[in-house]
Design a protein around this ligand. Structure first.
Ligand code: FAD
Length: 363
């Protein structure tokens, strides 16, 4: 084994935003593509279950992790192309997403300002196609590079290859746990197309008395809104939205509207003719969970989609709360809530589930 690269029995509480005090049997902080390839091709490593992590802001550990945690810390922001309209940036997977947004806002490179203050790393952004305030990561991706875990081979993915959807990509489906993203290339705009129609952006810009609209003003407004709405993960453990907003068909949407004639406009968003996105926060609030607390776990009082660790919660307690919420929403609305957060590790009996993998990561 590589004693300098693979550490044993490492506490993970500070490496994920729920701050559950679990440990990793093995842990590596991986700062370059070369080191990653060397580790993946090392035939002397034992066969271990593994998980790739960035900042752990979308993970819930319900127990110690029995295998190898591969923490991607690859840095670097490099300008690789520029013309009068666009700029292409190649960014290391371990760069903090918000740090990248700030870097771009400072230089007036537009496209990701609406994604300000989303925690996490650049490498995780394509996995669930992060999105907020009317913008998704997929809109700015030019291509990305990833290393195949079982061969150590590098592969490039175009936007089409990634098969992006709402909080979804090929890396959560067909290629789940098969590739480690090492860098992404973003295509940003010099002539911004500002997106301010979503949520409370306009209202906040007005309150902030913004005279001239700019990407800096939009970023500031979104940071302000998010700081009001979401708990600071350093003070209150959480992973942002615990569930995805469910997508329902026309028939189910009509039923919901009939049962709730005064449904707020933002609860049901048409995606196309036959599919509607429902606000999971509204469903959870209707079931009386907003502000609920049980021991050290609860539902954040200002945002029903955010489950929180008040200090000493266990992952199992958070998981139980999440399944109780799912059951009550299902019973009342016949709508299934699906976690957005990745739950780890899965029970031993389902070790071969795609959520993580028992196959050896060596050749
Ligand atoms: C307060 C708060 C607010 C949030 N708001 C939003 C929001 O507005 N919109 C939104 O979309 N999300 C939001 N999130 C969720 C989260 O920030 C994103 O999912 C983020 O992309 C996770 O990044 P991470 O580095 O922490 O990934 P992790 O949580 O470490 O990992 C998440 C998943 O990505 C995989 N992964 C991580 N790095 C790599 C890599 N290099 N290669 C391959 N797979 C990898 C992991 O295996 C795991 O499956 C929020 C979270 C919090 C705590």
């Amino acid at each position: 084994m590589h004693p300098n690269l693979i550490e044993e029995n490492i506490p993970l509480a500070h490496l994920h935003t729920f701050h559950i005090p679990v440990t990793a049997r093995y842990y590596s902080a991986i700062a370059s593509q070369e080191v990653l390839i060397e580790l993946l091709r090392d035939k002397t490593l034992p066969s271990l279950p593994y998980i790739v992590i960035g900042n752990g802001s979308n993970l819930l550990f319900v127990d110690d992790f029995p295998g190898w945690v591969q923490h991607i810390t690859i840095g670097g922001i490099e300008k690789i192309f520029e013309d009068h309209q666009h700029i292409h940036l190649r960014v290391g997977a371990g760069v903090e997403w918000h740090q990248l947004v700030m870097w771009c806002v400072e230089r007036d490179y537009a496209g990701i300002e609406n994604l300000s203050l989303i925690p996490g790393t650049v490498g995780a952004a394509p996995v669930q196609n992060i999105g907020a305030y009317g913008v998704s990561f997929s809109e700015v991706l030019e291509e990305l590079e990833a290393v195949e875990i079982h061969t150590g081979k590098v592969r490039k993915f175009t936007k089409q290859d990634c098969r992006f959807g709402y909080r979804d990509s090929i890396f959560k489906n067909d290629l789940r746990n098969q590739y480690i993203i090492t860098n992404v290339t973003l295509r940003l705009h010099k002539k911004p197309k500002l997106q301010i129609t979503y949520g409370a952006i306009q209202e906040t810009l007005a309150k902030m008395e913004v005279q001239t609209l700019s990407i800096k003003a939009i970023s500031d407004a979104i940071i302000h809104i998010r700081q009001q709405k979401l708990p600071d993960t350093d003070k209150l453990g959480n992973a942002g939205s615990f569930f995805k907003n469910p997508v329902i068909n026309q028939q189910a949407a009509a039923k919901l509207q009939e049962a709730y004639p005064s449904l707020p406009a933002n609860v049901l968003t048409p995606l196309h003719d036959t599919a509607f996105k429902v606000s999971a926060a509204w469903l959870i609030e209707q079931c009386g969970w907003k502000g609920y607390r049980r021991g050290d776990v609860g539902v954040y009082a200002d945002h029903a989609l955010v489950l929180v660790n008040y200090g000493q919660a266990t992952g199992q307690e958070l998981l139980t709360l999440s399944t109780d919420i799912q059951a009550s929403v299902l019973q009342r609305f016949q709508i299934a809530l699906i976690p957005e957060v990745v739950i780890l590790p899965l029970p031993q009996t389902t070790l071969k589930s795609p959520d993580y993998d028992t196959r050896t990561p060596t050749l």
